[in-house]
Design a protein around this ligand. Structure first.
Ligand SMILES: [Zn+2]
Length: 146
């Protein structure tokens, strides 16, 4: 339900787990408890019935508004760098030499500046192309100016 919010949270470096859509409410709450996570949910019924120890009800519909609300609720500081975790599976990315992944990225991406990183879990390669730069501009607006 909050898949896009999860991706944005990973983009700003937050350790973000996401359970499959078919997970039962009680599983979601147990996971949050065992892994000592804050549960983010839109499900008011779940919050009222199962009373997870740490939880935030997400009320906005738009993922960026949701992100703003979470950043404000936990006073999350702007990270030194964005895109340090895989957006898909939450793994911390490691930097790789261009030569190792040159055949896996488009020619233009080989000329972009900034580190090229890879996810050890899914193999996805990340580079600072125009898409990443657009996302960075959007993310800058989420954090209050210094
Ligand atoms: Zn990955």
């Amino acid at each position: 339900m909050l898949g896009r919010l999860a991706r944005w949270l990973r983009a700003i470096g937050c350790d973000t787990a996401q359970l499959p859509v078919h997970a039962r409410d009680v599983e979601v709450v147990d996971c949050a408890r065992h892994e000592d996570r804050v549960l983010l949910t839109r499900d008011r019924h779940l919050l009222r019935e199962l009373r997870p120890p740490r939880a935030v009800e997400i009320i906005h519909d738009e993922p960026l508004e949701q992100l703003r609300a979470v950043v404000a609720a936990f006073a999350i500081a702007r990270p030194a760098a964005f895109f340090t975790r895989c957006m898909i599976d939450n793994t911390v990315l490691h930097e790789v030499p261009l030569a190792d992944v040159a055949d896996r990225i488009p020619p233009l991406a080989r000329e972009t500046r900034g580190p090229i990183t890879q996810c050890a879990t899914c193999g996805r390669v990340y580079w600072r192309g125009s898409h990443a730069r657009r996302m960075e501009h959007i993310l800058e607006t989420v954090f209050p100016p210094d």
